[in-house]
Design a protein around this ligand. Structure first.
Ligand code: IDC
Length: 450
């Protein structure tokens, strides 16, 4: 009804403008605002408000006022300046998005604590004519709309999800390298072109082992290799996940000084990029969550000092099993999270080894923690053996439903069941198509392309 009124007024204004000087002030009803819930969790949700300028002239600023029922509050917002408390919250432009061109719109996002939807909405003092949409509508990057980084831009953690620059939840799907020290011929221009174009991967996880002939043997050389692969991912519009691949010893404190040095260098080098994600400890094991948190609380500030908006992923107890593989669970993290925001927690699984009890814990944890599966295999935890198709599909379905991103171990031709390519593929340089894929590679490629 109001939308019709605005259209009629707009037409009148346009006619007036054409014949005489447009001396009318724009009617406030020419703006509308739509409130849409994008994702929900236990006791909160994420919403997006779109402010539309339905007129044929630019508007120079806007203000949206939302009223929530008692017990529901706004905890954070982006692309807007938020003010208020109690039941009424006001959102004004972030600075760069005050002007809205004729017929254009702008949007901002917010995280709401509590389950109540707005009971009132005003835009520039008039009732919003947008509809309240109570059903979650989480979007994934549109196919064919540019590279993953062009579509999504700088990522940020929003509630329990990973969101793109415009506040929409995204699920990134991609591949992990094997150890850079062992498979240099697997990460070439040709193989990365195939990963980006044929596999449509959103991300490349760059696995830099610290021990086992890795970083500790040549810090400058490995830092350089990681930097080069970040550049290669960037050229192809993929996100780059920098994995500080600690494994044995499992106490991340053993590598604390190396981690600080390494992350200081890579975060300085890539600070201005939108596509870099930092994974600071692959698989802590044999240590408490408190020890892992202590490590994270020392490494994250080093990264943030250079790259304040980069998402950081923290490994979890028991080989990044959220503690399950060492008899614990995610509650220890929920009760004692790391001392930083914009952080996610890693979960790893190998489908033939990690079954329903692990899936149940991921589902439970995902209600309170932002999770990223930075490594998984279709086989057993040894990285070898037969592909567990049913188990892999159960995991894929769960991750898709929860919008949890993932990287598969490995984009390599290692002689083990988890490798995506048959042995000899990397030296031959024959990455294109399906002829060189293993059973695991074929299964994972299909899911990533889907
Ligand atoms: C395995 C590789 C294997 C290599 C070994 C060395 O697949 O070729 O010899 O590392 O340590 C992980 C680890 C990852 C393991 C993988 C499979 O993050 O480094 O790779 N795995 O065992 N966690 C669970 C399984």
């Amino acid at each position: 009804m109001k939308r019709r009124t605005a259209t009629v007024l707009t037409t009148v204004l346009a006619v007036a403008a054409a014949s005489t000087a447009a001396f009318f002030a724009l009617p406030a009803s020419a703006e509308t605002a739509a409130f849409a819930v994008q994702s929900t969790w236990n006791n909160g949700y994420q919403a997006q408000v779109t402010v539309n300028n339905n007129t044929s002239s630019p508007i120079s600023t806007w203000k949206v006022e939302l009223t929530f029922p008692a017990g529901t509050t706004v905890s954070q917002s982006w692309n807007a300046t938020q003010a208020g408390s109690g039941s009424t919250w006001t959102f004004t432009p972030a600075g760069w998005n005050a002007t809205i061109a004729a017929g254009a719109s702008t949007s901002f996002g917010l995280i709401v604590n509590g389950t109540g939807r707005p009971t009132g909405c005003l835009v520039n003092g008039q009732a919003c004519t947008g509809t309240t949409n109570p059903s979650p509508s989480v979007s994934t990057p549109p196919a064919g709309g540019g590279t993953p980084v062009q579509v999504n831009g700088q990522l940020r953690v929003c509630g329990t999800k990973l969101c793109n620059e415009s506040g929409q939840a995204v699920q990134l799907k991609g591949m992990s390298t094997h150890g850079l020290q062992w498979f240099p011929n697997c990460y070439t221009d040709a193989s990365l072109d195939v990963l980006a174009k044929e596999w449509s991967a959103d991300l490349l996880r760059i696995s830099m082992y610290v021990q086992e002939q890795g970083y500790e043997t040549d810090p400058a050389g490995f830092t350089n290799r990681v930097n080069n692969l970040v550049e290669e991912a960037t050229e192809r519009g993929m996100y780059a996940l920098i994995d500080f691949h600690i494994l044995t010893p499992g106490d991340p404190a053993y590598n604390l000084e190396r981690a600080k040095t390494f992350f200081a260098q890579v975060s300085a080098r890539h600070a201005n990029k939108k596509n870099v994600i930092y994974e600071i400890a692959n698989e802590p094991n044999g240590v408490s969550w408190a020890q892992i948190k202590n490590y994270a609380d020392q490494v994250i500030p080093v990264i943030r000092g250079n790259d304040p908006d980069g998402v950081v992923i923290v490994g979890t107890r028991g080989w990044s099993s959220l503690g399950v593989s060492e008899g614990s669970n995610s509650s220890e993290i929920v009760n004692n999270p790391v001392s930083a925001s914009n952080v996610m927690y890693a979960f790893h699984y190998y489908a033939a080894s990690h079954k329903d009890n692990y899936r149940a814990e991921v589902e439970r944890a995902a209600a309170s923690l932002p999770l990223f599966v930075t490594e998984f295999g279709t086989v057993t935890y040894t990285g070898d053996g037969a592909v567990d198709v049913a188990g892999s599909n159960a995991w894929f379905d769960l991750l898709d439903r929860l919008k949890i991103g993932y990287a598969n171990w490995t984009y390599s031709d290692a002689s083990e069941g988890s490798a995506a390519f048959k042995p000899g593929t990397c030296n031959a340089g024959s990455f294109s198509g399906t002829g060189s894929l293993t059973e695991s590679g074929a299964l994972v490629r299909n899911r990533i392309r889907a």
